[in-house]
Write a protein that binds this ligand. Structure first.
Ligand code: SF4
Length: 376
């Protein structure tokens, strides 16, 4: 139905704004109107909790306080500061987009939807958030959080995973924005979704708009929003080698850089292989698989020594179930820990404990190294 048919829109907007102004959280990005700072915070906040983001936000802006600084930084350094936040394509896209802003817009974040929406990684939510918060433009910023609130208050029973539902929500959210209050109103909606109308157990009894909330009236707040289940992440079993050097490489571990493209592109990791589900379930079998398949270079051989640890990590669509083994590397002449393979698609290096800060690793490997260096 048209947005104008949804009742109590003014009531909802006024109450929400007043509630926000009474007790909004003092978050670091709320002290800035710099569009670049707002942008960084919004990208970090995607799929990540506020408390987690705060220290990252400070560190990132300390190192890259301006568009120029981020545009000029080596990607490796950007990824390093992002390490632990996950979804690394966000960091890469942010840097590409910032470089574009520097080149095409003289370093000023564009203030129109048409321009900002062309930047890499800037979808409708992020563009709405930047335009409204930094420039106070009446653009909606609709994410899952906001859709949940609107679905409940206005009793919208469509599946929020459908693009058509998002369009309805965006229109409705736009129609709610009070004149000249876009920035605060959008932040009020986000804050309200995070603190009051939360996914599980919404705080209806203390809610500032409870009186006219349609879901509450119908006792449906726990059923909304309707969200078709996403496919569960695909399980992948991986065997990783914690290869310790000897001789001049004693105390070091062999790491490799991932390929230029694809999942976790150009990040560093322990060498590992993907095996079929159900394969390598006993340590003996897993170590045999590792020995035979890890480095496809005839002059080198991996000699698994003993099980080390188990680690898991879920990406948005894949779940890694990883068994790690302590290994040594032997070359054909029997010497261990020597030369590195050159013929593989990966870059290999020996890394000492103290050099860990120089490389960007996915979280799962950071956990493994921490455990290893604690033991070692
Ligand atoms: S009454 Fe409950 S369901 Fe309705 S908006 Fe408030 S917190 Fe959400």
């Amino acid at each position: 139905m048209p947005s104008s048919d949804y009742p109590h829109r003014e009531y909802f907007a006024e109450r929400l704004l007043a509630w926000y102004r009474r007790g909004k959280r003092d978050l670091p990005w709320r002290r800035s109107r710099d569009p670049y700072h707002i942008w960084v915070s919004e990208v970090m906040l995607q799929q990540t909790r506020v408390e987690t983001v705060i220290p990252y936000y400070h560190r990132f802006l300390e190192r890259f306080p301006t568009i120029d600084a981020l545009a000029a930084a080596p990607e490796e350094e950007v990824l390093k500061l992002w390490e632990g936040l996950g979804y690394y394509s966000r960091a890469r896209n942010l840097q590409s987009a910032v470089r574009e802003v520097k080149e095409r817009y003289g370093g000023v974040v564009p203030d129109t939807k048409e321009d900002i929406a062309t930047l890499k990684g800037v979808g409708p939510y992020t563009s709405g958030a930047i335009l409204s918060i930094a420039y106070n433009k009446p653009e909606p910023a609709v994410d899952g959080n906001v859709m949940r609130v609107l679905a409940r208050f206005f009793l919208i029973e469509e599946d929020i995973m459908k693009p058509g539902t998002r369009t309805v929500m965006e229109k409705l959210a736009r129609s709610l924005i009070p004149d000249g209050e876009a920035g605060d109103f959008n932040q009020a909606l986000m804050e309200f979704g995070a603190l009051v109308c939360s996914p599980r157990s919404p705080q209806c009894l203390t809610c500032p708009v409870m009186e006219r909330c349609a879901a509450r009236h119908e006792g449906r707040e726990d059923d909304l929003p309707v969200k078709k289940k996403a496919k569960p992440p695909r399980p992948e079993r991986r065997l990783a080698a914690f290869i310790e050097g000897s001789g001049e490489h004693a105390g070091k571990v062999l790491i490799r850089q991932r390929p230029q493209e694809g999942l976790l592109a150009r990040m560093w990791e322990l060498p590992h292989i993907l095996v079929e589900q159900g394969a390598g379930t006993t340590d003996d079998e897993a170590m045999r698989l590792l020995q035979g398949r890890l480095l496809q270079d005839e002059t080198l051989d991996v000699l698994p020594q003993e099980p080390f640890m188990h680690a898991e990590h879920t990406f948005s669509h894949i779940h890694w179930d990883m068994q790690v083994y302590r290994c040594r590397l032997a070359s054909a002449d029997g010497k261990t820990g020597g030369a590195l393979p050159e013929l593989t698609p990966f870059h290999y290096r020996w890394m000492g404990h103290e050099e860990m800060e120089q490389y960007a690793f996915p979280n799962v490997f950071v956990r493994i190294f921490r455990e290893a260096f604690k033991q070692g």
